[in-house]
Design a binder for this molecule. Structure first.
Ligand SMILES: C[C@](O)(C(=O)O)[C@H](CC(=O)O)C(=O)O
Length: 524
């Protein structure tokens, strides 16, 4: 293999130019809010000698960044929904500015072995769907442009001119493994042309939906490391791709480890000397008992609560106030720090053991609350561009508290919000009128990107079921009446096979004509 013909001086010069270019990019209005734990020198040294191809992703990211800021200024929002289907995306272009590629949908429709939203599909599943959708957007953009340009300028005003290049926002889940898998996934997303991806703080493989054991999150630092790995990958590629810091702490019931003292305030333990939960579950399993019921019973017997709550139970009013005052002197206090403070102030012993309550899989129990979510979001904010606190159910008080608390620290922060599939707004206390204006009320809090992630499940299933019933009972007469005639007679005509421009017939003709040497665009 020949050696590179570059002198060390030239190598150094190119390196320094790269460092300067990175520093310039980082201080641009688009990126100046980001704070990295590494330098431009480190990133420049991590690059290959040929620039990474990130321009499509960067173009789309900047477009999205501008859209979101315009909404923020106007107090409005983008309302989009999730799909994995390029045909559906071609219609969304007429009403949505962005497209969402949902992990849950990919897990149902884009893999050989479908399943519930456990994020157990291969790590490159969602990037591949983004690539498919991005290429279809390019194709629609190309065929529309060619169709327009084959018409003289005076006729073009009347021709369709949709913005097919809607920025794609995609689900990066938890990064699918260690930091290097997270980086590889981020790279595939950039290569695919994504505008923004979201990364969350969920533990891999631990989502349980039916057994009453909800979400498990990872320690704060592990979450921040994931985000940093993605940011680093974007930086190595020199891309402008946006990072949406999603936090799934709301209603999470477990945390994988207590290694990070920032999480200690929210970890629960037993406050009574009981046998360990794991031992109790093993015995119950051997006896064939209902594990869910045994777990609930154990929790009540063990007096499950956080250390501070345990202090609250045994301390006098004055002691509790003194305890809280002492804690407020520093931002975070570890469990051992809390024990020391309690030992000095509280006369009674505070029994608290978070090992006794570890789950069958070893997780620690967690008490999620808005304060904890705010702390995570604030810690993550400097690494990303937009924040999303995913909620299990919509609680207006929590929504307002979360977004206003984050904005106290980051007044210009932009937020995302997911209308997760089975939100029960009536049960959550929303009146019909409040639901009607909800997207606008959320926009006022800075929630500029709002998504119904899984429309393809509920919405498409409903429409498909209705059509399939009609087709089965009415045959072609029903099709003509309820689909074909309205589609053909609507103005403009619904996109479909009859519309050659939409299906790319003219584009294919243009290729044939070009090969045959026929002029297809008149020179003016
Ligand atoms: C956004 C989401 O991650 C998805 O995969 O679409 C899901 C959607 C849902 O559960 O409705 C999520 O919010 O976790």
């Amino acid at each position: 293999m020949p050696k590179l013909q570059v002198s060390v001086q030239d190598e150094q010069k190119a390196f320094e130019a790269d460092v300067a270019a990175i520093e310039k990019q980082w201080s641009s209005p688009r990126q100046s809010h980001l704070k990295r734990p590494y330098t431009a020198i480190t990133i420049a040294a991590l690059r290959a000698s040929i620039p990474a191809p990130s321009s499509a992703s960067s173009t789309q990211a900047i477009k999205l960044w501008n859209q979101l800021h315009e909404h923020n200024k106007a107090g409005t929002c983008e309302l989009t929904f999730g799909t994995t289907d390029p045909v559906a995306v071609s219609q969304m272009a007429k009403h949505q500015q962005t497209v969402y590629v949902s992990g849950a949908l990919c897990g149902f429709s884009e893999v050989a072995l479908p399943g519930m939203d456990h994020a157990d599909y291969p790590w490159d599943t969602v990037p591949k769907v983004v690539s498919k959708i991005f290429k279809s957007q390019l194709w629609h953009d190309q065929r529309q442009r060619q169709f327009r340009l084959r018409h003289p300028i005076e006729q073009r005003e009347d021709l369709e001119n949709w913005d097919y290049m809607a920025p794609i926002i995609a689900d990066g889940d938890m990064g699918f493994g260690s930091l290097t898998s997270t980086m590889k996934m981020a790279r595939e997303f950039v290569d695919a042309g994504v505008a923004m991806i979201h990364i969350d703080d969920l533990a891999i493989g631990m989502k349980k939906f039916t057994v009453g054991q909800g979400r498990t999150i990872v320690p704060t630092q592990e979450y921040l490391d994931r985000l940093t790995a993605v940011r680093m990958q974007f930086d190595v590629m020199g891309s402008e791709t946006l990072l949406l810091c999603r936090c799934d702490t709301d209603h999470a019931e477990f945390i994988t480890s207590v290694v990070d003292e920032r999480d200690h305030e929210y970890v629960q333990g037993a406050t009574k000397k009981v046998e360990p939960l794991q031992k109790c579950l093993r015995a119950a399993q051997a006896e064939g008992k209902d594990l869910k019921a045994v777990r609930t019973e154990w929790k009540a017997k063990a007096g499950i609560m956080t250390f501070d709550e345990a202090v609250g139970v045994v301390a006098s009013k004055e002691e509790l106030e003194a305890y809280k005052a002492e804690l407020s002197k520093q931002k975070f206090t570890s469990l051992s720090g809390r024990r020391e403070v309690a030992a000095k102030i509280i006369k009674q012993d505070v029994f608290f053991d978070w090992e006794l309550s570890r789950s069958a899989m070893g997780q620690y129990m967690l008490k999620s609350c808005v304060k904890g979510i705010v702390e995570r979001a604030i810690a993550a904010a400097p690494l990303g561009d937009v924040t999303w606190a995913r909620m299990d159910s919509p609680h207006w008080g929590d929504i307002v508290e979360f977004h206003s608390e984050v904005r106290k620290v980051y007044p210009d922060r932009l937020f995302a919000f997911g209308y997760t599939g089975d939100y029960d707004f009536a049960k959550a206390g929303f009146s019909d009128e409040e639901v009607k204006n909800l997207h606008l009320d959320l926009a006022k809090l800075g929630i500029v990107w709002q998504v119904q992630p899984i429309w393809s499940l509920q919405g498409l299933n409903m429409v498909t079921e209705q059509f399939s019933k009609m087709w089965q009972t009415q045959g072609i007469a029903g099709y003509l009446k309820s689909v074909q005639r309205p589609a053909l007679s609507s103005n403009p005509m619904t996109d479909g096979f009859e519309k050659l421009s939409y299906c790319g017939g003219y584009l294919a003709d243009a290729f044939f004509e070009t090969v045959a040497g026929e002029p297809i665009v008149e020179r003016r």
